[in-house]
Write a protein that binds this ligand. Structure first.
Ligand code: GLN
Length: 486
């Protein structure tokens, strides 16, 4: 049995007890990646030598009693949009094909301080733009539950690596659902924290006002434990917040008595796959039987979330991606005629079609003449969406719904119709617009054997409520290992 079939916390306990070493754990992760990654393509980079060296060093510090936390010695995979000093960081884009950062993202540093050992960098949609991990320059990641299907996106590599047990846990980033939706498609648990909880320093920006780093794990206990390790107030990120409490594991209680859960009617209407709906409704029953108080309500404005999001995210992306010009980072075209032509050719050749689409859309909505009609309107819509959530959280502790309208689509089905792909983000996107925390927990399989995820949304800085509800639900079932991992 591979040590990667354990949860991160279970493995950490074994390492702390001296039953296994950090090096043995890393060897198991590397062996599993070697066995499976040709098929699933979860990783852009696996740095075997560095990973084993680091595991060795960590093991010595554990043995000396210097590292005692729950994640000490545990192998972690990092989404390839987080900077790692000296290790390739590509954002799955040709334009960063050779970029080795000179510093490490704060969230990753925090994990290293906790003794976690980085195995490598995971595949993603190029610059985190997409919902399937098919827009990667390095080819798509495949879903470990069925390689004919996508793993979701944009953190598809991280979610698939956790499901395929090619690491103990992973970090992802979520701008409009990129942790929660692929977690749902891959049958793992992913948490997007409240905006400002985890430092974005060293996270290569997509939509800066929406981006947040979060854990992708086998279970809720792991998610709370990892969040506890990565969350910090960071003066290097001006949007980083000093949270009242960083104790997320205290919420791991099998007790939802009296917890008020709101179910938006709008989340269960047309467009929601019948089998997904069935599994989510079954999950609501579990929480109800455990004493939660469930009630349906109208969360209006949901229909405006997608247009508002794609305007705001693209606007920010068009500005953020201006820095990739062939001068400072990564790819530069070979033949060019003067500076302007070099910029133009490097960017034309370096970015893929989805990224170009977003840059054009973003530049358009920010141009004088259209700024008021699109960008400003989208910002107003965002404010109204936040107000709608504020009203809901005056009545409820948690909002429950699906993470995605369907289970994982087949490879090749999504990219031909970008608008349809954007519509798939309906349940996750408003959470980012309002800056809220959300978690996806697996809640069953459809008739094709593909995982379904339930999403629990909390009020800002109330991670404890969603962790509590997710944990209580999870106690009713055991973790479903994906067949490929065994
Ligand atoms: N699918 C959404 C997009 O393409 C969300 C991606 C994300 O959260 N990074 O923008």
């Amino acid at each position: 049995m591979s040590l990667m079939s354990l949860t991160a916390v279970e493995l950490g306990k074994k390492i702390a007890a001296g039953e296994v070493s950090a090096v043995e754990a890393m060897k198991d992760a590397l062996a599993q990646a070697k066995r499976l990654d040709d098929t699933y393509n979860c990783y852009v980079t696996v740095d075997e030598e560095a990973a084993l060296r680091e595991a060795e060093a960590v093991q010595q510090r554990i043995a000396a009693g210097e590292l005692t936390g729950p994640l000490a010695g545990v192998p972690v995979a990092i989404k390839d949009n987080m900077c790692t000093e000296g290790m390739l960081t590509t954002c799955s884009s040709k334009i960063l094909y050779n970029f080795k950062p000179t510093y490490t993202a704060e969230a990753v540093l925090n994990l290293k301080k906790a003794g976690a050992v980085v195995i490598g960098k995971t595949n993603m949609d190029e610059f985190a733009m997409g919902s399937t991990t098919e827009t990667s320059f390095f080819g798509p990641t495949k879903n470990p539950w069925n390689p004919e299907h996508v793993p979701g996106g944009s953190s598809g590599g991280s979610c698939a690596a956790v499901a395929a047990e090619e690491c103990s846990f992973a970090l992802g980033s979520d701008t409009g659902g990129s942790i929660r939706q692929p977690s749902s498609f891959c049958g793992v648990t992913g948490l997007k924290p409240t905006y400002g909880t985890v430092s974005r320093y060293g996270l290569i920006a997509y939509g800066s006002s929406l981006d947040q780093i979060g854990p992708i794990c086998k279970d809720v206990t792991d998610c709370a434990t990892v969040l506890e390790a990565i969350a910090s107030h960071d003066p290097k990120d001006s949007t980083s917040v000093h949270c009242e409490s960083y104790d997320f594991t205290a919420a791991l209680r099998d007790d939802v008595k009296g917890l008020r859960i709101g179910i938006p009617r709008d989340y269960f209407g047309d467009g929601l796959d019948a089998e997904v709906k069935e599994q989510i409704l079954k999950a609501t029953k579990v929480l109800e039987e455990k004493g939660a108080i469930l009630e349906e309500f109208d969360l209006s404005l949901v229909e405006y979330a997608i247009p508002a999001y794609y305007i705001i995210a693209s606007a920010e992306a068009s500005s953020n991606l201006a820095r990739f010009d062939g001068v400072k980072y990564g790819y530069r075209t070979r033949d060019y005629n003067g500076l302007h032509n070099m910029y133009k050719k490097s960017r034309s050749e370096g970015f893929g079609p989805e990224v170009k689409r977003r840059i054009m859309l973003g530049s358009f909505v920010l141009s004088s003449g259209y700024y008021d009609a699109y960008y400003l309107k989208a910002l107003k819509t965002k404010a109204l969406i936040k107000q709608a959530f504020d009203r809901a959280f005056a009545k409820y502790d948690v909002i429950l719904g699906p993470a995605a309208p369907t289970t994982a689509p087949k490879l090749g089905e999504s990219l031909s119709d970008p608008i349809k792909m954007y519509l798939g983000d309906i349940y996750t996107i408003s959470v980012n617009l309002a800056g809220l925390p959300g978690i996806t927990v697996p809640c069953g399989l459809d008739s094709k054997g593909l995982p379904v995820g339930m999403q629990l949304i909390g009020d800002c800085f109330k991670e404890a409520n969603i962790i509590r509800a997710a944990y209580a639900f999870e106690q009713s079932r055991s973790y479903a290992h994906c067949p490929a991992a065994e």
